[in-house]
Unconditional design. Structure first.
Length: 215
């Protein structure tokens, strides 16, 4: 099985739905250690992407979908989330430019490029209590699954599972980046909202692949 434009657009729709569903939770997480606007910003961004999705050309390929997400998030999402996630999707689009169908290597490349884009833009490292703590294990799991001959769905499932563990791992950490870093030990016990939204987006990617496989 390979994944194409239908999977990419389904991923966008699933992402918009899960972000909307968890908007209040993301707001609460961010209110505890940040500005409190992460959930609202992400919901506004993906709602804007959703509104533009039907305007894609009939011959659009996955990279076109990812680029649409990137440019829309960058232009509509405030705070750090817009530039970070926007860069992630932009780099992901570049990783699969020109490909109408995505195999396991392409799926792993999307995740790796997205993570690298966030690192490039935000300069965060593992253990800083940021979304990178979810992205790093997700990419490592995806690469390992691909190396073991896993299917596209299995690669995305591995990434989503690892992202969940990574998001949970931010709770005992002291933040070293962003607004949360000003809290010192008071940030301990709180989950990073960017890591949580990363988990939600990667779970949406896996769920969309599972739906594609069942059709």
């Amino acid at each position: 099985m390979t994944l194409g434009t239908e999977w990419a657009t389904d991923w966008v729709r699933a992402s918009a739905a899960v972000i909307a569903e968890n908007r209040v939770e993301l707001i609460t997480l961010d209110r505890e250690i940040g500005d409190g606007d992460h959930g609202e910003n992400m919901d506004r961004g993906f709602s804007a992407v959703l509104a533009k999705l039907d305007g894609l050309a009939d011959d659009a390929i996955p990279a076109d979908v990812l680029k649409l997400v990137a440019t829309t998030l960058i232009s509509t999402v405030g705070g750090a989330s817009g530039p970070l996630f926007g860069t992630a999707y932009l780099k992901a689009a570049g990783a699969v430019a020109g490909r109408a169908e995505l195999d396991g290597a392409s799926v792993a490349a999307i995740l790796r490029a997205a993570r690298d884009g966030i690192v490039l833009r935000g300069k965060a490292e593992a253990g800083d209590k940021t979304m990178i703590d979810a992205w790093n294990p997700a990419v490592e799991a995806a690469d390992a699954a691909h190396a073991n001959g896993a299917s596209e769905l299995e690669i995305l499932e591995a990434a989503a599972t690892a992202a969940a563990e990574g998001a949970a791992s931010t709770e005992p950490l002291i933040a070293r980046k962003g607004r949360a870093s000003y809290l010192g030990e008071r940030a301990i016990g709180h989950r990073d909202p960017g890591a949580q939204s990363t988990l939600l987006l990667l779970r949406a990617a896996a769920d969309s692949a599972r739906n594609a496989a069942s059709e």
